[in-house]
Design a protein around this ligand. Structure first.
Ligand code: HSE
Length: 437
């Protein structure tokens, strides 16, 4: 057997403690596969006295993660601190500069500085591995970078944020409020320290930017992702979606188009019969459309200590074996610039919910405005509350739900502007894009 691989871990939260436990539990099997033992020799965390359920007594302790990153006591640095600047960035840069490979779960750091860090890893001939940064325990990075090397990928889309999927599932199935579901997600430890990263779609956008680079050979560019969160989704939308044969999911979608790779994150209507619609709760899923495999869906735990630790340990094992892949599948200089495509150019079907004043001519005006922009309607649903049936009243708006066939987002926006100007609408229209299988 070769010399043991000495691992230093910065950040001893749920994931860090789980990594230590998993490395201990699988020590024999990992050593046999890698041809060398993997041992944690040093750690860094803010609070030395906190009870973590792991024995850190025999480990070198560093208060400063940058000092750990440079320490002679480690060969490999594992960053589990989080955040796109501060100690996370400084310690990863310090480790790579010192010629040590890095394993990180930090999607925000990679989304913002992924290219610069990959360049630093390249120039120092070390690995930068980040399987845990996207979809927790699902080995999606390796799948895209190595497993599908023989494919040309057309589209990658997925449920990449467990918190949002948990909230939408409970709102749909139990009729619970947005606030109650968010509070439970936080209690269960799914949400980010700042939950606006989850519900605002930014966590999904960070993960999508990483997947896009791996799938399409483009530079990571989080600014190229159009981002909308789930804050506007109501129980009425979830109910209408159900009645129309859809579910609402927060999806990250990267798709090859004539203009380049479109990247977008938004609440999305997916057919109830699709694989992605079956994914409920904190579970994540990624579907890949590619020429050789056709359609592939990976489903698994997207958050949580053990699941995320599973991905971190897989990266550590690769590095122990001497595997050093280009972090994003290609040398950084060969990655193409990502296209920044305005979402107005998106083409697809739309769900539109309008609160319409119940007056003669209202429905006619709405469909006229749609027809003027060549928008074809797949269905129209008006459900007046039972008490109102047979007694039209212009004061109380009624919900009207439209489903369109594929059209451009620019057309939809123009038509809605005209409908609002016509004065039949009591609230801002709700618009949700439909993603076809
Ligand atoms: N807050 C994230 C989620 C954790 O809910 O999926 C995993 O990145």
């Amino acid at each position: 057997m070769s010399e043991p691989l000495r691992v230093g871990i910065a950040g001893l939260g749920t994931v860090g403690a789980s990594v230590i436990r998993l490395l201990e539990r699988q020590a024999g099997a990992l050593a046999a596969r890698a041809g060398r033992a993997i041992v944690v020799t040093a750690v860094s965390a803010r609070d030395r006295s906190r009870e973590r359920g792991v024995d850190t007594a025999g480990l070198a302790w560093y208060d400063d993660p940058v000092a750990l990153a440079r320490s002679e006591k480690i060969d490999l640095f594992v960053e589990l601190i989080g955040g796109d600047e501060g100690p996370a960035r400084a310690s990863v840069e310090a480790a790579l500069t010192a010629g040590k490979s890095v394993v990180t779960a930090n999607k925000a750091l990679l989304a913002k500085h992924g290219m610069a860090l990959a360049r630093l890893a390249e120039s120092n001939h070390v690995a930068l591995a980040f399987e845990a940064s996207v979809a927790g325990g699902i080995p999606i990075v390796k799948t895209l970078r190595e497993g599908l090397a023989g494919n040309s990928i057309e589209r990658v889309y997925g449920i990449l944020n467990g918190t949002c999927n948990y909230m939408l599932s409970r709102m749909e199935l139990e009729g619970l409020s947005f606030e109650a579901c968010l509070a439970d997600a936080q209690k269960l430890g799914y949400a980010e320290a700042d939950p606006t990263f989850d519900i605002g779609g930014f966590d999904t956008a960070h993960k999508l930017a990483i997947l896009t680079s791996l799938a399409f050979g483009t530079a990571v560019d989080a600014e190229a992702v159009h981002v909308e969160g789930i804050e506007s989704i109501t129980l009425a939308d979830l109910k209408s979606a159900d009645e129309l044969g859809y579910r609402i999911k927060l999806l990250g979608v990267a798709q090859r188009t004539a203009q380049g790779i479109e990247q977008r994150v938004h609440p999305t209507m997916v057919a109830k019969s699709s694989a992605i619609a079956q994914v409920m709760g904190v579970t994540n899923a990624v579907t890949i459309d590619a020429d050789a495999v056709k359609e592939l869906t990976l489903v698994g735990p997207g958050a949580g200590g053990e699941a995320t630790a599973s991905a971190v340990v897989a990266d550590i094992a690769d590095i122990a074996k001497g595997i050093r892949s280009a972090p994003f599948g290609l040398p950084v200089a060969s990655l193409e610039a990502a296209a920044r495509i305005p979402v107005q150019r998106h083409e697809g079907g739309y769900y539109i919910r309008l609160a319409v004043h119940d007056r003669p001519g209202a429905a006619a005006a709405i469909v006229t405005r749609m027809a003027e922009r060549q928008i074809s309607l797949e269905s129209i649903m008006q459900r007046n509350p039972p008490a109102k049936r047979g007694a039209a009243s212009a004061d109380k708006p009624v919900p009207v739900v439209l489903i369109t066939y594929a059209t451009s987002e620019a057309n939809i926006r123009e038509a809605l502007e005209a409908i609002v100007t016509d004065g039949y609408i009591a609230e801002r229209p709700q618009v949700i894009r439909i993603e076809r299988e």
